[in-house]
Design a protein around this ligand. Structure first.
Ligand code: PEP
Ligand code: MN
Length: 271
């Protein structure tokens, strides 16, 4: 199993990681407020889109370069590691200067020129599965980055299309142990985009941890109803606090189970 290290933060090791923040960076105050709150609740990484891949061209498209400046400021103040999406080759050099981790969105999983170019950098990458990608296509897409020499790749399950309209997507948790087994890369689960429903983020986060996810990524906003994107799947602060309480308890349980298993294996090896 490989790990991705960003400063002191390790993804894919014993400690599970929480990545939280707004869907879109909407302004300086919004982002700083969210960054302070998620940091206080124990998140290690801050997410937030400056360049937004919206389904409709009429929807908010993100603040662009100004959003990157706010992201860097929030990181400098809180010490949180940051992740933001890169949509186009032309934006890559600029985005690299402002963020710790590059996100490849679901819509760009098949953008092979972009993947190859990211593969030539040494920036950590959070690569999302496309809505319609098989696990094999997802793994092969990640190899476009790995093959160029960048091995700092995390794979992110964010839900795939189905016929059911109760959820925005189907969160495919069965892919978590498969991806880990087949790639050895750290796996992240995004139950926000995976379900589209804030009311089921907590149980799906816990299920993701039990399935073996190394990190979970959720959307958080002080007032989800007013969010400029993805409000329906976004947690308000009190809801995020509740999530972190359960996240921490389950992580403690999983670590205790692993310790017990390690001890058992050691005793077995010694006898
Ligand atoms: C996001 O993380 O904000 C996002 C747009 O995700 P996806 O690419 O999975 O739709
Ligand atoms: Mn979103």
């Amino acid at each position: 199993m490989s790990t991705v290290q960003i400063g002191d933060l390790v993804i894919g090791g014993r400690e599970k990681v929480m990545i939280a923040g707004p869907c879109s960076i909407e302004g300086r105050d919004q982002l700083l407020q969210i960054a302070r709150e998620v940091k206080a609740q124990g998140a290690q990484m801050l997410r937030g889109g400056a360049y937004k891949p919206r389904t409709s061209p009429h929807s908010f498209q993100g603040l662009g370069p100004q959003g990157l400046v706010y992201l860097k400021e929030a990181a400098d103040e809180t010490g949180l590691v940051t992740v933001t999406e890169v949509m186009e080759l032309e934006e890559l050099d600029l985005i690299m200067k402002y963020t710790d981790v590059l996100q490849v969105g679901a819509r760009n999983m098949y953008n092979y020129p972009l993947l190859k170019r990211i593969g030539k950098t040494n920036k950590p990458v959070l690569m999302k599965r496309s809505f319609m990608a098989t696990i094999e296509e997802f793994l092969l897409a990640s190899e476009y980055i790995l093959k160029e020499g960048n091995t700092n790749v995390m794979l992110c399950e964010r839900g795939i299309r189905s016929f059911d309209t109760m959820t925005r997507n189907i969160l495919d948790l069965s892919c978590v142990p498969i991806l880990k087994k087949m790639s050895g890369l750290p796996v992240v689960v995004d139950p926000s985009h995976g379900t589209g429903r804030s009311d089921i983020i907590i149980p799906m986060t816990l299920a993701a941890l039990m399935a073996g996810a190394d990190a979970v990524m959720v959307e958080v906003h002080p007032n989800p109803k007013k969010a400029l994107s993805d409000g329906l799947q976004t947690l308000e602060f009190s809801h995020f606090r509740e999530l972190m309480g359960q996240f921490d308890s389950l992580c403690d349980y999983i670590k205790a189970q692993q310790d017990a298993q390690d001890n058992k294996n050691l005793r077995g090896a010694a006898s």
